[in-house]
Design a protein around this ligand. Sequence first.
Ligand SMILES: Cc1cc2nc3c(=O)[nH]c(=O)nc-3n(C[C@H](O)[C@H](O)[C@H](O)COP(=O)(O)OP(=O)(O)OC[C@H]3O[C@@H](n4cnc5c(N)ncnc54)[C@H](O)[C@@H]3O)c2cc1C
Length: 444
Amino acid sequence: MNSLWTETARIPGRNPLPGNRRTEVVVIGAGMAGILTAFYLQRHHIHVVVLEADRIGSGQTGYTSAKITSQHNLIYGKLVKTVGEETARLYGKANQLAVEEYGKLIRRYGIQCHYEEKDAYLYSVQESEKLLKEAECARRLGLPATFERETKLPFPVFGAVRFSGQAQFHPLEFLRDISSGLTVYERTRVLKVQGHEVITNRGVVKADKVVFATHYPFINVPGFYFTKMYQEKSYVMEIGPVPSIDGMYLGVDSKSYSFRNAGDKLLLGYGSHRTGSIPKENPYIAMEQTAKHLYPDVEVLGKWSAQDCMTLDGIPYIGTYSVLKPDWYVATGFGKWGMSTSMAAAKILSMQILGKRTPYDEVFTPRRHHIRASAKTLVSHSLKSVKGLSGGVLKGAVNCPHLGCRLVWNRYDKRWECPCHGSSFEINGKISSNPAQQSIPFID
Ligand SMILES: Cc1cc2nc3c(=O)[nH]c(=O)nc-3n(C[C@H](O)[C@H](O)[C@H](O)COP(=O)(O)OP(=O)(O)OC[C@H]3O[C@@H](n4cnc5c(N)ncnc54)[C@H](O)[C@@H]3O)c2cc1C
């Protein structure tokens, strides 16, 4: 599967790990989170090696919509209710600073990545009440939020929350430049981590600290991330030519769309569902019909899907991997907002590795327990996992190599998907998304 980004950016290839090595920090994974973390560590004169199973940006970062924003759907009202005003304020501040940091980096290093400042909007075609409340809550938390009655979308809305001064870019052009001075070994899969030894298919790297920036952390014990995270899939369609809609948009009603321009094209996003819970409606057909309805002369130029890790309380896990592994760090659970949160993670983890505290450590620590915010998701995640696992023992089931759940066929995407933890595999069984780390034998 290709995306607009994978089709249009050429990132120079890197060699695999040429044998055993010693370094201060190993970062596993060369997506947005891993590359930014390595970049800030290197800026602080730490010796870093990045190990990537495939290619730089070949994971979910290559398939994102690449909006850089602290506007994460209707999160602020929810966070105030479930984790309190102070934690919600710090969550917003970490992400808003991350948005601004992208602008600073891109200007400072002259990175050519189609970076454009844009306002971000949450819109509804059904009601304005919850948007008014969200705008008011976000403003109280210090975010650049206003409530608007009109937008440049090609249909009327009831209202919208506008966050000013946000941005969009080409994520792989950005990664190409920001990774250029880093030591990255591609086609080097980490198989095991034993204490300070990172064991790959190409050799062993010994390190003082290890960062897991692998989208989904693949070591199950300790950490137990598989018990506190699931994945959600969404679909993207590239259409054009389309006039500017002057902003980045996300609908809050059910069955609504995400919009952003990319030059004279438009990226439509649609159809969120738990990976492995296949919807009845074909999302690509729905998107094409909507595209043709809104823009009758438009052509479909591309389509793809992506998935992201969802935590129980809606806040990413950034910090030490487990109390039992104080020298292991993790950045995951970005909830489809991994552009700003990868930057926040990179800043937080690089400080923690330098032995410094940040005001955001407690907000994102994987060790937190927000019972009120997590209970409902925990119950439904556990039920789905038990169902998937029990299906795995049935005769004739195609099982996931991660923990043995029964895989489900996604007929729209032509992939096998795990309903428990979200691993996915191409039609021929080749692994396409973790936490599984190996392919499944060829399926006829
Ligand atoms: C449809 C969709 C649209 C989205 N749009 C937006 C958006 O507009 N704005 C936004 O902020 N966020 C968005 N997101 C979320 C965002 O794309 C992700 O959160 C982000 O890309 C995750 O980056 P990452 O570095 O954590 O993971 P990845 O990019 O997946 O990187 C992880 C890397 O680790 C490597 N790896 C895995 N296991 C190993 C191993 N054992 N050894 C070595 N390497 C390994 C993988 O090969 C991969 O390259 C969207 C998500 C979806 C699903």
